[in-house]
Write a protein that binds this ligand. Structure first.
Ligand SMILES: Nc1ncnc2c1ncn2[C@@H]1O[C@H](COP(=O)(O)OP(=O)(O)O)[C@@H](O)[C@H]1O
Ligand SMILES: [Mg+2]
Length: 382
């Protein structure tokens, strides 16, 4: 392997950050758009930024800051990373973690300066679920956002609800259909679902972006809903539906100065879709389908209860960095935690940055906060 030190370059004391984006999940393109947003806003006076894009087939390839900034939607077509580049690897060396490019004849070309922080901007399985976080742990590389456990728990709605309930947080009633169980004993599954009361929401246990989720109003429709969820994940969760509930979201940032997690103002998602729920189309093809009210019109008492539940949820799953906690507020005013997302939508126009903007923090400051949190935490068990 050859190294190419930056001869003739002035000393550069900026922190070296690598954005990791794309990925093999259904949210590949959204991740590329997030990376474009971050690349355009990050303070390049403080951070020396490069990118690793994971292609739909799972190969890691290198992107420059300018290339990342250029990802955009062209005539309704979302960006997808091409398979035409050579691989680039994160490599642990005695000097630190370097990015090594593989050239045309398979030679590894390492760029001399080690990277200090990875910023994973991946959504969904194999990105938001602890897998990529585990690879950074193995490399001894600091990274923004949640660690392995919190990422895995946040991705798995079954595990998440067990932990939240076990921590005394209010969660709705649910039942889990384990892999193969629906085929083996549909009667028992049906009874467990009927005991929840209708309507129910049937979901892939480890999904995101509402993919594979159906609302079921009659047990006759259960079979189709379970099969749809099973297309995405062999483990399925069925939850009692909250009818007429408001959907309120709160941003949480990890500890920066020893005073614990920080909660943002809260925002409301209001749907105008036929399905009445926040489905994939409403999330990514917004316009008339959904209104985001930031801040939400809730009284100070309710807002405080939601922010408190959000901080406690963040702590319950041992989250770090950032998390968006989504709650239902029932017509009776009860706050029920729906989920925590450890890598929430993070484009400039996503709910999470908007919530922090409403709380006095710009998008650029938010990115800076995440990197500073990552730099201050130790590598290894913490
Ligand atoms: N138990 C429920 N009661 C009422 N609506 C629900 C329930 N579960 C999900 N929904 C609706 O479906 C949407 C997506 O479900 P969610 O659990 O948040 O999945 P995802 O992880 O894909 O965002 C929610 O935003 C909400 O509109
Ligand atoms: Mg959700």
């Amino acid at each position: 392997m050859t190294t190419e030190p930056d001869h003739d370059q002035p000393a550069d004391d900026r922190t070296r950050v690598v954005l990791v984006f794309g990925g093999i999940s259904s949210e590949h393109s959204i991740s590329c758009l997030t990376a474009a947003s971050v690349a355009s806003a990050i303070d390049t006076g403080r951070y020396d930024v490069t990118g690793l894009g994971i292609t739909p087939s799972g190969r890691w390839t290198r992107y420059s800051l300018d290339e990342i900034r250029a990802f955009t939607v062209v005539d309704g077509v979302l960006p997808v990373l091409g398979e035409d580049r050579h691989e680039a690897l994160l490599l642990r060396t005695l000097d630190g973690v370097v990015i090594a490019d593989v050239d045309a004849d398979g030679t590894l070309l390492s760029h001399g300066r080690p990277v200090e922080v990875a910023m994973p901007l991946l959504h969904g399985p194999f990105g938001e679920d602890g897998t990529v976080q585990g690879s950074f742990e193995m490399l001894g590389l600091r990274y923004t956002g949640a660690g392995v456990t919190a990422s895995a728990v946040g991705m798995d709605k079954h595990m998440m609800k067990l932990i939240l309930a076990g921590s005394g947080l209010p969660v709705g009633a649910f039942t889990t259909i384990q892999p193969g169980q629906w085929a083996d004993d549909p009667g028992a599954c049906r009874d467990a679902v009927a005991a929840l009361g209708l309507p129910v929401y049937v979901k892939p246990a480890r999904g995101g972006s509402s993919v594979g989720i159906s609302r079921v109003d009659s047990l006759d429709a259960l079979d189709e809903a379970v099969r749809e969820a099973e297309r995405w994940d062999p483990k399925v969760i069925v939850e009692r539906g909250f009818v007429g509930a408001r959907e309120i979201e709160c941003g949480v940032l990890g500890d920066l100065d020893g005073s614990g997690p920080r909660a943002s103002r809260v925002g409301e998602v209001r749907m105008h879709t036929a399905s009445g729920f926040y489905d994939f189309d409403a999330k990514y093809l917004p316009e008339e389908q959904v209104t985001l009210d930031v801040p939400a019109s809730v009284g100070p008492d309710l807002e405080e209860r939601i922010r408190d539940a959000a901080r406690r949820t963040f702590t319950a799953v041992s989250a770090e960095g950032l998390g968006r906690v989504d709650v239902f507020v029932t017509p009776g005013g009860e706050v029920v935690v729906n989920e925590i997302n450890t890598m929430p939508g993070f484009t400039r126009l996503s709910m999470f940055p908007m919530l922090w903007q409403a709380s006095g923090m710009t998008y650029q400051e938010l990115i800076d906060d995440l990197i500073r949190q990552a730099l201050r935490r130790p590598v290894g068990l913490r």
